[in-house]
Design a protein around this ligand. Sequence first.
Ligand code: PAF
Length: 282
Amino acid sequence: MQTIEKISNLRGEINLWRQQGLKIAFVPTMGNLHQGHIALIEKAKLVADKVVASIFVNPMQFGVNEDIGNYPRTMAEDQQKLVAGGCDILFTPTPQIIYPKGLDKQSYVEVPNVSEGYCGESRPGHFRGVATVVCKLFNIVQPDVACFGLKDYQQVQVIQTMVEDLSMPIEILPVETVREPSGLALSSRNNYLNEAEKKIAPALSENIQWLAQAIKTNKDFIGLAKKAARNIDETGMKTDYIHICHARTLQSASEDDKELVILAAAHCGKARLIDNLIVNLD
Ligand code: PAF
């Protein structure tokens, strides 16, 4: 695996692949890789001839009160995992390379509707930062396909909408969430959990599962979601939101909707955990 920092060098390598007619898959990440990221690399390898991953801790998607300086950086271990996973090129640009004019003078991508609410409400500006950096990375790599984890369900919808709205010729492949045996979704943020918090954190996915069962026979979506939030809070976590949404628009689900997703986020100690479950009521 080659590790490349400069855009021109990356483009040179990718052009060679393009001349050979090879199909290219892209896996953007912020590093601190776990098995969930490796599942993205494995999926990418299945669908393409060459795999490019990126590690870039994107300052534009962090809020003013979110400490980007403390975001875990584990480049050497990440490189080993990517080599083992079969990644061909790792792109590791600096903030200066991605935002040479600084964040304030940078053009940005705003994806309406699906960016609003849930994590978009709790983390103002977050999805603008995600859409902007993913758009830039797509323009730099120009992949045929890009893989994203479904743990960040709202992010996947934001990126899918951006690709459709801006006619980007890239197929978005969502990849299933990888979980601990306890049901806890794998996340870099799990590193912030202490032993006691690790025991209560699975209550987030348990209550999403409970809610998914409950809505099969009871259409009081709001009342049921409130009960799930109370259950989560009783464990010592603090629910940020738990909501039953239309799976594609992310609008509040109506009684007639069949393709649903339950989106949830909760604070557990220093970690803000997110999770979701797709529910088909047909
Ligand atoms: O999911 C992530 O790790 C990030 O939001 C992404 C897609 C790499 C953009 O910075």
